[in-house]
Design a protein around this ligand. Structure first.
Ligand code: HEC
Length: 127
């Protein structure tokens, strides 16, 4: 019985380590998500163009809807969001759910792993 409990706790510890890894996201995989789902409308480099959506350079830590040189919707300007890992994931999972009235025409990244990868990539690539 004791041995069984020992084995079970090793198994549980292993499972939660795997969950933690999945949460933190992989920037290399995230780049693929960005390229296929966001790149048509967004650039990430400093002073990059805003082809349809705003340039996202320096977006982490910034208040939503305040990037210079882009005409945001009132919904985004008044959302009260400050972009961090959690708000970035929430918004990109369901843009219209998180910011009703946003003019970002995008259905959302529904896969939790892809979403975590995307956020990891954005954190690096928007610095
Ligand atoms: C069809 C074009 C389009 C696609 C695809 C798109 N976006 Fe957007 N995005 C926009 C537009 C337009 C806005 C401005 C929204 C507003 O003002 O309501 C925006 C706004 C944003 C903002 C807010 C920026 C700020 O400074 O407040 C973030 C963050 C963002 N998009 C990330 C993404 C990510 C990540 C993806 C891919 C998963 C993506 N977008 C896909 C068009 C798009």
């Amino acid at each position: 019985m004791k041995r069984w409990i020992g084995a079970a706790s090793v198994l549980i510890a292993g499972l939660s380590a795997t969950a933690a890894l999945a949460q933190s996201g992989d920037a290399t995989r995230g780049q693929r998500v960005f390229n296929t789902q966001c790149r048509a409308c967004h650039t990430l480099e400093k002073d990059g163009p805003s082809p349809a959506g705003p340039n996202l350079h320096g977006v982490f830590g910034r208040k939503a809807g305040t990037a210079a040189g882009y005409e945001f919707s009132d919904a985004m300007k008044n959302s009260g969001i400050v972009w961090d890992d959690a708000t970035m994931a929430d918004y990109n999972r369901d843009p219209k759910g998180k910011v009703p009235g946003t003019k970002m025409v995008f259905n959302g990244v529904k896969n939790a792993g892809q979403l975590a990868d995307l956020v990891a990539y954005l954190k690096e690539a928007t610095k």
